[in-house]
Design a binder for this molecule. Structure first.
Ligand code: G4P
Length: 534
């Protein structure tokens, strides 16, 4: 039997991120195709893989046809065990994506060469930067008339605040797209579109002076040579350590739809992407090869069976070996619990597992004992750090239509926010409940679920808040000005942290100025407080 170390050496856990429509689903499908997890692509959209296969067990998702949840895909490639954590395709569920990013070692970022860096790309990269997550960039849709590659790279460096190093280089673009020169391997791949199956015999030239290359590329050969001179001059040598520390992002060009450039991307990913790494906890770094099992919950998926309010907690194994039916310590609850039915999830299929290793993600049936960020250990009392909560972007007040259902509503909204669907803020010294989300769609989901699962008829009314700002302070005197003049802006989150709900950027500036000893934060990490609560 192989050791935990062997398993770690053979495992990569990553996510693909992009602004909607850049090609994440298409690329995912092509990677699965290489991994043999599926046989024939059959064109992604004709199957609507993102809309029906990936995560179709939340009823509202089916109704709306939007992939709102995260699921895990596992495939093997060149002997490597690869876990691809899928993230929601819809931007309203971006917070779910942010949390999923805490459970991976690296990401592939897809950018549409026509549109360049888009709003969601920037937000996602900000999250990657918080943990110095290594990023490989795939510039997609080279078969379409896109921006000049140099311009694109400048835009990426500027907007995403990361250095880039192209490891492949395109010749032509759109209708004139001829192929991609692989700088890492010194080969040239001639563009062939192949939408249906894995391309095995891509044409490969062995060096830039190969005569066949100038026959094929004609005038473009000189241009390619010039471009490559410039690329080498401007971007320098590739240092894998700079990639691993999140400073430099290697860049590949291709067309996911045509299955072009995808194999190069995957081969490079296999060779440079990090294996499961150590992670920071409240008791210091826990290494992935630590003998004792530990892991944390980064996602809670509700409603497998709407009648039973079942939930699945997705746990990322961080160290040691997880075993079915063995007791583990739930640190926040200070309780030992065993799990008779741990499962791995692939789209809506599930398979019972006996054991799991670092880098793997398992689904644990949850009767309501888990919150996002919860840690399981073999008895040690630490919690994993680095699961961020951001200020929501849209706020609404939750109001009951039926005043006798107050208790059910409180219970329902607490459960739903435990799953990470939204955040709830409760008025300081009061009872108003403000729900905050990153997208309008969540309000519909919450209203629907409160009605269907908790029998609560409620509505949302508009409020005028634009940001939630967490306040850290030692003594009440430090926030005296807020307590005296701004108490109507004060709320608490579920962990009883004090939150300033501001109506304008100016209000925050003023609050910061008038309460100089307090700290104002736009994001907060789970578990900083919860471990101390006990
Ligand atoms: P997402 O998951 O990031 O939201 O993007 P998705 O893969 O769904 O791709 C968005 C659209 O871009 C799809 O077209 C897809 O076919 C197309 N696409 C992906 N990769 C490429 C590429 O390399 N070249 C070109 N030209 N298009 C690409 P759609 O019109 O939304 O769907 P469909 O009509 O193709 O089914």
């Amino acid at each position: 039997m192989s050791s935990i170390q062997d398993k770690i050496n053979n495992t990569k856990t990553f996510a693909i991120i992009s602004h909607p429509d850049a090609g994440k689903t298409t690329l995912t499908e092509k990677l699965l195709l290489f991994g043999g997890a599926i046989q024939v692509a059959g064109a992604v959209k004709s199957n609507k893989i993102k809309k029906t296969t990936i995560s179709d067990f939340l009823e509202i998702e089916k109704q709306r046809g939007i992939s709102v949840t995260t699921s895990v895909m596992n495939f093997k490639y060149n002997g490597m065990n690869i876990n691809l954590l899928d993230t929601p395709g819809h931007k309203d569920f971006a917070e779910d994506t942010y949390r999923t990013l805490t459970a991976v070692e690296s990401v592939i970022l897809v950018i549409d060469c026509v549109k360049g860096v888009e709003e969601q790309t920037e937000k996602l990269m900000n999250v990657c930067r918080m943990r110095n997550t290594p990023v490989i960039i795939f510039i997609n849709k080279l078969d379409r008339e896109g921006k000049n590659p140099f311009e694109l790279l400048d835009e990426i460096e500027e907007k995403l605040d990361i250095k880039v190093k192209p490891l492949s280089w395109p010749v032509g673009i759109g209708s004139g797209f001829k192929g991609v020169y692989n700088i890492y391997e010194n080969t040239f791949n001639f563009f062939k579109s192949n939408k249906q199956k894995v391309e095995k015999d891509v044409e490969v030239f062995n060096d830039i002076n190969d005569e066949r290359l100038s026959v094929v590329l004609g005038d473009s050969t000189e241009k390619l040579k010039k471009d490559l001179d410039l690329v080498n001059g401007v971007y320098g040598d590739f240092d894998v350590n700079e990639y691993l520390s999140g400073v430099v992002a290697p860049v590949y060009f291709g067309s996911a739809l045509n299955n072009f450039g995808v194999k190069e991307l995957l081969d490079s990913f296999i060779s440079i992407a990090p294996n499961p790494r150590g992670r920071e906890t409240t008791a210091g770094i826990i290494n992935s090869d630590d003998e004792n099992f530990s892991g944390f919950v980064f996602k809670i998926h509700a409603n497998l069976n709407p009648k039973h309010r079942d939930r699945i907690a997705f746990l990322r194994v961080c160290s040691g070996k997880f075993e079915r039916n063995k007791f583990y310590h739930h640190v926040r609850l200070d309780r030992d619990i065993k799990f008779p039915n741990p499962a791995v999830f692939m789209a809506s299929d599930k398979k019972l597992i006996e054991e799991a290793y670092p880098g793997e993600v398992i689904g644990l049936y949850d009767s309501g004992i888990f919150k996002i960020g919860d840690t399981l250990t073999e008895g040690e009392k630490f919690m994993f750090k680095g699961i961020p909560t951001f200020s929501p972007e849209i706020f609404k007040e939750l109001r009951l239509n039926d005043p006798f259902k107050a208790k059910q509503m409180d219970k329902g909204i607490i459960h739903l926010t435990d799953e990470g669907l939204a955040q709830v803020f409760i008025q300081y010294n009061g009872n108003r409940k403000i729900v905050g989300t990153v997208g309008e769609l969540q309000f519909d989901v919450i209203q629907y679920r409160l009605q269907n699962e908790y029998g609560v008829d409620c509505k949302f009314s508009p409020v005028n808040y634009h940001k939630a700002c967490w306040i850290l302070y030692d003594k009440e005197e430090e926030i005296q000005e807020l307590l005296t003049y701004r108490s109507h802006n004060l709320f608490t989150d579920k962990h009883k942290n004090l939150v300033f709900m501001s109506e304008s950027p100016y209000q925050i500036e003023k609050a910061i100025m008038n309460n100089p000893k307090a700290k104002f934060l736009f994001n907060i990490e789970h578990n900083i407080d919860t471990i101390e609560e006990k």
